[in-house]
Design a protein around this ligand. Structure first.
Ligand SMILES: *[C@@H]1O[C@H](CO)[C@@H](O)[C@H](O)[C@H]1NC(C)=O
Ligand SMILES: *[C@@H]1O[C@H](CO)[C@@H](O)[C@H](O)[C@H]1NC(C)=O
Ligand SMILES: *[C@@H]1O[C@H](CO)[C@@H](O)[C@H](O)[C@H]1NC(C)=O
Ligand SMILES: *[C@@H]1O[C@H](CO)[C@@H](O)[C@H](O)[C@H]1NC(C)=O
Ligand SMILES: *[C@@H]1O[C@H](CO)[C@@H](O)[C@H](O)[C@H]1NC(C)=O
Ligand SMILES: *[C@@H]1O[C@H](CO)[C@@H](O)[C@H](O)[C@H]1NC(C)=O
Ligand SMILES: *[C@@H]1O[C@H](CO)[C@@H](O)[C@H](O)[C@H]1NC(C)=O
Length: 393
């Protein structure tokens, strides 16, 4: 079960998606079949995702925990220890990254995360770019830029400003409108040049724009991270001090109502900000985001870097006890670089719904002589950029 951790050619994968060995499955099933109803529920979950369903059930039921603990212990004591420490947590296993930056460095600009969609044979990146200077002026100087590439890993060519200042933290989703025409929805913070009052979202029939503003009807949502459910319902992950999930009763503009406030005080102590939400190929919900504390700062890779919650249904959430990623990145040329922080994680799934890439706003200067999370806005060290990391599927 843990062989995926032995590789230095790392990739990210949730432990939930690791196939269980047959003996472990059989042992679990046997010890769980103490009642008919339990047996039925286990049989159902077995056919879908034995492991994730079980670990989610675990958190809710003490008696089941005991049964499981015992059966796992009898099966393999090492498994037990590992399992309960990092149950259902995402394991940081990445493939080497091809480029130091997909956006920012090549353009001699400061950039800070974004995501890309595939359309008409090209990849279209919508990304934060500072009009001039470094990230320190992000509240006034951020604009959203459109760039294109033939492959997802770039290099990306800057095309145009999609949204003028101030516009920050973009995330684009591609879908179709009611008539079946392409529809691109661009979430962001700040006005993006719109005169509409309150929060706005932009949309277009093409990733090249032009982008039209619409009012976003949500009570409060810092750094909205949208997700379009396969059934057509829009969700927003938000950072309201704690992580929250909102669901739309209408189209992408809302109205949004809160469906989940994630548990406070996750076991990894620190500040958890700006979640990204997705549903994996097995139907499990996940949120990951930048997390930090200001305790271990001499090596930013040892400092708290990220947080992860998971859920069977988007309503009941559990905090993982392991971080989904750290800040040391290995590149295809064999070099490794420890970033001060990797933030705004956005997962890009492939056509099979599998996590294929993760895109970050990357703060490169670990030794800026400031705390890791603050390097990104430390004058002289604030030339951040956008990084893509492949995940082996
Ligand atoms: C990059 O931009 C900075 C200012 O933002 C400028 O000082 C520097 O000369 C530029 N370098 C190149 C290679 O264009
Ligand atoms: C949307 O983009 C994704 C990649 O980000 C691609 O897999 C998918 O085919 C696109 N869907 C549409 C409807 O264009
Ligand atoms: C950026 O921030 C610095 C420091 O606060 C300030 O002096 C400078 O005028 C700002 N530049 C822009 C373009 O806003
Ligand atoms: C789509 O699925 C989500 C998650 O289960 C649910 O909250 C939402 O109501 C569903 N929407 C529709 C239109 O069925
Ligand atoms: C979204 O839905 C609202 C309410 O039905 C409607 O007024 C608005 O035109 C829709 N917006 C878009 C961009 O489709
Ligand atoms: C970074 O942290 C990860 C996870 O703790 C660890 O596996 C890796 O060896 C560390 N790398 C460096 C360069 O410290
Ligand atoms: C940061 O601090 C270390 C230790 O005090 C020092 O060696 C290094 O030169 C400093 N770096 C910068 C960029 O000031």
């Amino acid at each position: 079960m843990t062989t995926h951790q032995t590789s230095t050619q790392v990739r990210e994968r949730t432990i939930c998606s690791q196939p269980l060995s047959l003996s472990l499955s059989v042992s679990l099933s046997v010890s769980l079949c103490v009642s008919l109803s339990l047996c039925l529920s286990v049989s159902v979950t077995l056919s879908r995702c034995l492991f994730s369903s079980l670990c989610l059930t675990l958190s809710n039921s003490h008696s089941l925990t005991l049964t499981l603990s015992l059966s796992l212990f009898l099966t393999n004591p090492n498994t037990l220890t590992k399992l309960f420490r990092s149950i259902c947590a995402a394991i940081s296993v990445f493939a080497p990254s091809p480029n130091q930056a997909i956006y920012g460095r090549p353009q001699n600009k400061t950039s800070w995360g974004g995501n890309m969609v595939h359309y008409q044979g090209q990849w279209h990146l919508l990304v934060t770019e500072m009009r001039s200077g470094g990230l320190i002026n992000w509240t006034t100087d951020s604009q959203v830029v459109h760039a294109v590439a033939d492959t997802i890993e770039g290099p990306y060519t800057r095309e145009a400003v999609a949204l003028p200042v101030p516009a920050h933290n973009p995330m684009v989703i591609n879908t179709t409108d009611a008539t079946g025409q392409p529809l691109f929805v661009l979430f962001h913070i700040f006005s993006g040049g719109s005169a509409l009052p309150g929060a706005v979202v932009h949309y277009s029939a093409s990733p090249t724009g032009p982008w039209q503003a619409a009012e976003l009807d949500v009570p409060s949502c810092n750094n909205p991270a949208p997700m379009l459910h396969a059934n057509g319902t829009w969700f927003l992950a938000c950072n309201e001090g704690t992580w929250e999930l909102y669901r739309s009763q209408g189209n992408f503009t809302g109205p949004y109502t809160k469906v989940a406030a994630l548990p406070k005080n996750p076991p990894l102590t620190g500040v958890w900000e700006d979640p990204f939400v997705w549903i994996d190929a097995r139907g499990n919900w996940h949120m990951i985001g930048h997390a930090y504390n200001e305790v271990l700062m001499e090596n930013c890779n040892k400092s708290l870097a990220s947080g992860h919650y998971f859920s069977p249904d988007g309503l009941v959430w559990h905090a993982a006890t392991a971080e989904p990623y750290h800040t040391a990145v290995t590149f295809t040329d064999g070099t490794t670089h420890t970033f001060a922080s990797l933030e705004r994680p956005k997962i890009i799934v492939n056509g099979q719904g599998q996590e294929a890439y993760i895109v970050f706003g990357a703060s490169p200067d670990e030794h800026c002589n400031n705390t890791c999370t603050r390097c990104k806005t430390t004058p002289g060290y604030d030339h951040t950029y956008t990084l893509i990391r492949p995940l082996v599927i």
